[in-house]
Design a protein around this ligand. Structure first.
Ligand code: SF4
Ligand code: SF4
Length: 106
């Protein structure tokens, strides 16, 4: 649309892919994580479904220790990990004011 400075069309359909939108986001991360895990619950968790569910792939399992880790610095603030965890092991809050993700493309 003419004059619409916020619209960016990068593929032949004129619709941005989600990956293209995410690439335009800015994240200012706080050094203190806004995501806390119940490590004991994670150790006994059989599904580790958070690893497959986080759209930013921030949950990983350390190969040596098999401990679960989450890197809060790329968080998209979607809340999926908190909702999907079967053991309620994720304590999640929004980052401090002025920190977190800034969506530039809605
Ligand atoms: S955060 Fe939830 S889903 Fe992920 S390993 Fe821990 S208990 Fe399992
Ligand atoms: S809130 Fe969303 S992006 Fe952030 S760690 Fe959880 S699932 Fe990943």
């Amino acid at each position: 649309m003419a004059g619409d400075q916020g619209h960016v069309a990068n593929n032949k359909d004129g619709i941005m892919k989600i990956e293209e939108k995410v690439a335009l986001c800015a994240i200012k991360h706080h050094e203190e994580s806004h995501i806390q895990l119940d490590e004991a619950a994670c150790k006994r968790c059989e599904t580790k479904i958070c690893v497959r569910s986080c759209p930013a792939h921030l949950y990983t399992i350390e190969p040596e220790t098999e401990n679960l880790k989450v890197d809060h610095t790329g968080c998209l603030e979607c809340g999926t990990c908190m909702i999907i965890c079967p053991l309620q092991a994720v304590t999640w809050k929004y980052p401090e004011p002025g920190f977190g993700i800034y969506y530039r493309q809605g």
